[in-house]
Design a protein around this ligand. Structure first.
Ligand code: HEM
Length: 397
C-alpha cells in the first residue's frame, strides 16, 4: 500500500500558505523550506493556496517534474495568476495545445528573430539612460529597470517607429502574428483570439518583471564585489573600444560578453526571480516511494536546488567562475529558467537585454549602494528600498 508523503496539511484552506508568504516577505523562504526538508526529507506534503500539495526538492525531483509526460503531470498556476493572465496562456496549456501556441511564440523569440532586435533594444536603453540616469545624482534601480524592460518589450511588440529597422522588425513581428493567426489544412485558425490575447499578456508580464529583477541584482552584486566589477568592466571596455563613437552593438559583440553572462547566471542562481512553480498530478503518481494523489498540487523551488551545497560548493559565495564551463553544470541543477517543455522561451531575449544594459551601465556610470543588502520576496525579489544608488557619469552615452 503506497503511503502519502510525511508532513501535515495544516488547518483547512489556509494550510501553510501564510507561513510561506510571510517567510518570502522576510526573505527566509529558503530557510522555511530547509526546515521542512530537515524534518520530513525531500518529499513532503503541505497545503498551499487552498490545495493539498506535495513539495519536491532536489535535481532528481526537478527532472521528474520537468520531463514527466503530459498525461501524468500538467502545469497549473495559482487562481490569482490564472485570473490575471487568462486560462489559455502557455503556462496553463499542455500537450498539443501547448506545442501549437509555443511554436507560434517562438517565431518571435527564436535567435534568428532576436538578432534583429539588438539595435532596437539598444536604442531603448540609450533613450532610457538619457531620460532617467543622465544628470541625476541618485536613482532607484528596480523601478527604473521595470520601466526599461517594459519599454523594451512594448517597443518590440507594438511600438515600431518608421525606418529601415522597423521594416526588418515588422517582418519578425508579422511572422509571429501570422504564426498565431495561421490556418491549418482544415482552414481553422491555429490560435484563437483568446489565446492570442492571453499570450500577449503573458509575454508582456513574463518578459519584463523577471529581467528587471535580474539586472537590478547584478548591479547590487557588482557594487559589492569590486574584483568581479573590474572583470566585467574590462570585458565591456574592450568591446566599447573596438567600436566607433555611436556605433551599435552587434550579435557578435554580445557573443563576446561571456564573463558578463556568467555574472548574470550567478545572480540568477543566488537570487532567482522565479522562486519556483506549481504543477498538478493528473493521476495517482508514485515518486520516491510515496503516493502523489490525483488532483494534488506539486510545488518545486529553484532557489532550493541552486543553494544546495551538494551541488554548488560554498553556495552563498558569489562566484561567476562556477559557470566557466557550462557543460560541467549537471542537468536540472540550474533551473532559474525552469526546464522541460515549459522552460522559459524568453531566456535568450532576457540575455540580450541584460547584456546590452550592463554594457551601458558599466561603461558610462559608476555607482554606490545607498541602502543595505537585504531583500524580500513579493513574490519576486525586491531589494531594500528598491536599490537606491548614488551615480557618477564616466563618459557621454
Ligand atoms: C531573467 C529573466 C527570466 C526568468 C528568470 C524567467 C523565468 C521563467 C521560468 C522559471 C519559467 C517556467 C515556469 C514554469 O515552468 O512553471 C518561465 C516561463 C516563461 N517565460 Fe520566462 N523568464 C525570464 C524572462 C522572460 C522573457 C524576457 C520572456 C519573453 C519575452 C519570457 C516569457 C516566458 C513565457 C512565455 C513562459 C511560459 C513558457 C511555457 O509555459 O511554455 N520570460 N520563465
Amino acid at each position: 500500500m503506497r503511503k502519502l508523503p510525511p508532513g501535515s496539511l495544516g488547518i483547512p484552506i489556509i494550510g501553510q500558505s501564510l507561513g510561506l508568504l510571510r517567510a518570502m516577505r522576510a526573505n527566509t523562504a529558503e530557510k522555511w523550506l530547509e526546515e521542512r526538508i530537515k524534518k520530513y526529507g525531500p518529499i513532503s506534503k503541505l497545503s498551499l493556496f487552498g490545495k493539498p500539495t506535495v513539495f519536491l526538492h532536489g535535481h532528481a525531483a526537478n527532472k521528474f517534474i520537468f520531463t514527466s509526460d503530459g498525461s501524468a503531470i500538467t502545469t497549473q498556476q495559482t487562481k490569482s495568476i490564472q485570473m490575471i493572465l487568462g486560462d489559455r496562456n502557455l503556462l496553463e496549456l499542455s500537450g498539443d495545445d501547448h506545442r501549437r501556441v509555443r511554436n507560434a511564440l517562438m517565431l518571435f523569440l527564436k535567435p534568428e528573430s532576436l538578432k534583429q532586435y539588438v539595435g532596437k533594444m539598444e536604442e531603448e536603453i540609450r533613450k532610457h539612460l538619457e531620460m532617467h540616469w543622465l544628470g541625476k545624482q541618485q536613482v532607484t534601480v528596480l523601478p527604473l529597470m521595470k520601466v526599461l524592460t517594459f519599454n523594451i518589450i512594448c517597443s518590440l511588440l507594438f511600438g515600431l517607429e518608421r525606418g529601415a529597422r522597423r521594416d526588418k522588425l515588422i517582418d519578425c513581428f508579422q511572422q509571429m502574428i501570422e504564426g498565431m493567426c495561421f490556418r491549418n489544412e482544415e482552414d481553422e485558425d491555429v490560435m484563437t483570439e483568446k489565446e492570442i490575447l492571453h499570450n500577449v499578456m503573458l509575454v508582456m508580464i513574463a518578459g519584463h518583471d523577471t529581467s528587471s529583477v535580474l539586472i537590478t541584482f547584478i548591479l547590487r552584486f557588482l557594487a559589492n564585489e569590486p574584483s568581479i566589477y573590474e572583470a566585467v568592466l574590462q570585458e565591456q571596455e574592450e568591446i566599447s573600444q573596438s567600436k566607433k563613437s555611436g556605433e551599435f552593438l552587434t550579435w557578435e559583440d554580445l557573443a563576446k560578453m561571456k564573463y558578463t553572462w556568467r555574472v548574470a547566471m550567478e545572480t540568477l542562481r543566488i537570487v532567482p526571480p522565479v522562486f519556483g512553480g506549481f504543477r498538478k498530478a493528473l493521476k495517482d503518481i508514485e515518486y520516491g516511494g510515496y503516493l502523489i494523489p490525483k488532483g494534488w498540487q506539486i510545488f518545486w523551488a529553484s532557489s532550493m536546488t541552486q543553494m544546495d551545497n551538494t551541488i554548488y560548493s560554498k553556495p552563498t559565495k558569489f562566484d561567476p567562475n562556477r559557470f566557466e564551463d557550462q557543460a560541467s553544470v549537471a542537468p536540472y541543477c540550474f533551473v532559474a529558467f525552469g526546464g522541460g517543455t515549459h522552460m522559459c522561451p524568453g531566456n535568450e531575449f532576457a540575455r540580450i537585454e541584460t547584456l546590452i544594459t550592463i554594457h551601458y551601465l558599466v561603461t558610462r556610470f559608476t555607482w554606490k549602494l545607498c541602502a543595505d543588502n537585504s531583500f524580500s520576496r513579493d513574490p519576486m525579489p525586491v531589494p531594500a528600498q528598491g536599490l537606491p544608488v548614488e551615480i557618477m557619469p564616466k563618459k557621454p552615452l
